[in-house]
Design a protein around this ligand. Structure first.
Ligand SMILES: Cc1cc2nc3c(=O)[nH]c(=O)nc-3n(C[C@H](O)[C@H](O)[C@H](O)COP(=O)(O)OP(=O)(O)OC[C@H]3O[C@@H](n4cnc5c(N)ncnc54)[C@H](O)[C@@H]3O)c2cc1C
Ligand code: SF4
Ligand code: SF4
Ligand code: SF4
Length: 412
């Protein structure tokens, strides 16, 4: 049996990932004001007696206090939703479409009430079964068997309330001011500086000095200064000339047989690969695995129906961002003896991709985290699991799913 038959991929309807540097700076900003952070939730399902999936961000601190709906905890979502903090490629991304690289797509079923369904603000997952493979159909049927669900024509999901199935988010003109401000002076200063500039721009209706959308992503990726890394004498950015050439997905790092590639953060806090020329043997595998430079070779599929899903397990539903479909899929794979890959908050509450073989590990992946995750060595680990004959469910952004698919193709 081909290795890929045991792999099921699940991507998200994706509005982009925020700078990990800005995220870390935001957490430090909160800690300066409130004390040491314990946990963070982007979309908790309760707030002051209200329940739903559009409630304000919640931070819990080690001294037992909590901040939710406060001016400071609103700053992150304002910057994220305002498109101040996204990776350059998110503004020019081929995956804002109904043509999907993953077997299954999950997202919020925004626009559901206009179709006569329940109020989507309660939290309803949109599930698109893109692949007709028997394994995928079995998994989606298992999800539906533990859920309340309704079926619609797939095109109904691509409605005006759900723009990220049709087009990329426009960059905000204060994006550069925000990210540079955060890098130089910390989150609070960067945020209020960008807010002030946005206000003045609105008042004067003038063009900002910065972040011309036409230039975004065209900036060169600068190699680190010579001698900046004691273990690598000559570091190059041969793989990516400009920031728009790279998703930061890490497929190249995972595939390199010589361990010659590392990810380095640029001034905006996004990671790009650098190659140690002394270790590189010019095999070309990194280039072949790259989903950005081989975009046209990535197979995509399109669902014919859209499911609106809420899992019946209310405890797990309350921990999810939408309707809990991720848990319905993940728990089935785990029960069948498989493993699940997803994004959890790791050390310091930073989003990382993790391998889960137990329910408690997979529960850490529930809920959206809006900064870009560090994939680490997960693609290699997926391959090991597939070679060991295990069923694998990999969840992530569409570019991470495309990266895994190219990685598996090149590495086998
Ligand atoms: C960065 C980001 C942007 C999104 N943008 C949209 C959007 O514009 N429109 C829309 O309809 N839906 C969007 N979603 C999806 C939505 O927020 C829910 O994740 C989705 O509806 C599934 O919800 P659920 O209740 O079924 O599962 P949940 O329990 O909420 O499951 C969360 C799933 O998201 C994965 N995940 C969490 N954080 C990340 C991350 N940083 N990178 C990669 N994977 C992650 C987990 O591995 C898990 O598979 C986005 C999600 C993320 C992470
Ligand atoms: S798929 Fe990747 S590049 Fe596209 S918006 Fe999501 S994170 Fe950004
Ligand atoms: S060409 Fe081969 S050895 Fe060199 S960095 Fe790429 S994958 Fe590694
Ligand atoms: S494989 Fe991913 S991280 Fe590496 S260059 Fe390509 S897009 Fe960037």
């Amino acid at each position: 049996m081909p290795l890929e038959d045991n792999l099921i991929t699940c991507d998200l309807v994706c509005s982009g990932v925020a700078s990990p540097m800005a995220w870390r700076s935001y957490l430090r900003y909160l800690e300066r004001h409130y004390g040491e952070l314990e946990t963070y939730e982007h979309r908790p399902k309760s707030f002051g007696g209200k329940h739903g999936s559009r409630l304000p961000e919640r931070a819990r601190f080690k001294d037992g206090t909590m901040a939710q709906g406060a001016a400071r905890t609103k700053t992150w979502s304002k910057a994220y939703v305002g498109r101040w903090s996204l990776r350059p490629t998110c503004h020019d991304c081929p995956f804002h479409s109904m043509e999907r690289p993953a077997d299954i797509t999950i997202g919020d079923f925004w626009g559901l009430s206009a179709l006569g369904g329940v109020n989507e603000d309660e939290g309803v997952t949109l599930v698109l079964q893109n692949s007709r493979r028997a394994e995928v159909s079995r998994l989606v049927e298992a999800l539906l068997s533990v859920s309340r669900w309704q079926e619609y024509p797939a095109n109904a999901a691509c409605n005006p309330s759900q723009p990220r199935l049709a087009s990329s988010p426009e960059p905000n003109k204060v994006r550069g001011i925000f990210l540079r401000g955060v890098a130089r002076a910390g989150f609070g200063t960067g945020f209020y500086l960008a807010l002030a500039v946005a206000g003045v721009r609105r008042m004067l209706r003038q063009n900002g000095k910065n972040a011309d959308p036409a230039l975004l992503g065209k900036e060169p990726v600068m190699p680190p200064a010579a001698g900046s890394d004691s273990g690598a004498k000559r570091l190059q950015n041969r793989l990516v000339a400009t920031k728009g050439d790279c998703y930061g997905c890490g497929a190249c790092v995972n595939v390199c047989p010589k361990g010659a590639i590392r990810m380095r953060e640029d001034a905006e806090g996004f990671a790009y690969p650098v190659i140690d020329d002394d270790a590189c043997v010019s095999c070309g595998l990194c280039n072949k695995a790259c989903p950005r430079s081989h975009g046209g070779d990535i197979p995509v599929e399109r669902a014919s129906v859209a499911y609106a899903v809420q899992i019946e397990d209310r405890e797990r539903f309350s921990k999810s961002s939408s309707g809990g479909a991720f848990w319905g899929l993940a728990s089935r794979v785990l029960l069948d003896g498989g493993v699940v890959y997803g994004v959890a908050f790791g050390d310091g509450n930073v989003p990382v991709h993790v391998r889960c073989s137990t329910a408690s590990q997979a529960m850490r992946c529930m809920g959206s985290k809006y900064a870009q995750s560090d994939v680490g060595e997960c693609y290699g680990s997926v391959l090991q699991d597939l070679r060991a004959g295990r069923k694998v469910l990999f969840t992530g952004t569409p570019c991470q799913v495309a990266a895994l698919e190219r990685y598996v193709e090149q590495a086998t």
